[in-house]
Ligand binder design. Structure first.
Ligand SMILES: CSC[C@@H](O)[C@@H](O)C(=O)COP(=O)(O)O
Ligand SMILES: [Zn+2]
Length: 208
């Protein structure tokens, strides 16, 4: 087996394992969600989930390789995720090695509640350390963009929000895309964000 094939196989199974873990949390309702992992930087190549499939199932057709224009470069009938261009823009604008997009009730409600402010900031939360923020008064901000039907426009809106310290962007009443330098870090960021969203909503429900 060539080194390139071994790297591809290892990234494939890393992304499949992440998909299984997120599926176990029920974060892919109704075939929603898409995941990707970077295979090479220059030229940009990444594995991305095939469009419209049940991401709870683990099959040999789960991912396909795409190029720097989000086009498939494999002999396959599979279509890359409709939202592949969002992953592409994140790889172009950050040091991300993995990007994860999920729809959850919590991220949707937060995106609706704070849509006018176009962002939400969390502070005084231990889990902020998941973003490598160690200061006592540290905070993490998540921008919120409109859910444009035009996916090129949506990808640009997400890309425009990317600046140092941003590790995820909410799309209003749609979901979140979060990323990290590798699969481990991307999942850590996504889990931490979902924890912060759920905490915030439950606290609000208590009416304290
Ligand atoms: C079926 S609702 C979700 C889709 O419209 C989309 O937002 C999504 O996350 C999944 O699209 P996909 O093309 O399968 O990657
Ligand atoms: Zn989506």
């Amino acid at each position: 087996m060539s080194t390139t094939q071994a790297v591809y196989d290892s990234l494939w199974s890393e992304l499949a394992d992440i998909k299984d873990e997120l599926a176990a949390r029920d974060w892919f309702p109704g075939t929603s969600g898409n995941l990707s992992i970077k295979v090479s930087h220059d030229p940009l190549r990444f594995l991305v989930t095939a469009s419209g499939r049940d991401k709870r199932k683990r099959t040999p057709e789960d991912f396909l390789l795409v190029n720097e224009q989000s086009q498939s470069i494999e002999q396959t009938d599979l279509k890359p995720s409709a939202e592949t261009v969002l992953h592409q823009r994140i790889y172009e604008k950050t040091d991300a090695g993995c990007s994860l997009h999920v729809h959850t009730i919590s991220n949707n409600i937060i995106s609706e509640l704070y849509a006018e402010q176009a962002e939400i900031t969390f502070q005084n939360q231990e889990l902020i350390k998941a973003f490598n923020i160690w200061e006592e008064d540290g905070s993490i901000t998540i921008p919120i963009v409109p859910n444009y039907a035009d996916l090129g426009q949506l990808a640009e809106a997400v890309a425009e929000q990317i600046r140092p310290g941003i590790k995820g962007v909410l799309i209003r009443n749609h979901g979140i895309t979060a990323w990290g330098r590798n699969g481990f870090e991307a999942k850590k960021h996504l889990e931490a964000l979902e924890f912060l969203f759920e905490y915030h909503l439950r606290l609000k429900q208590l009416n304290l």
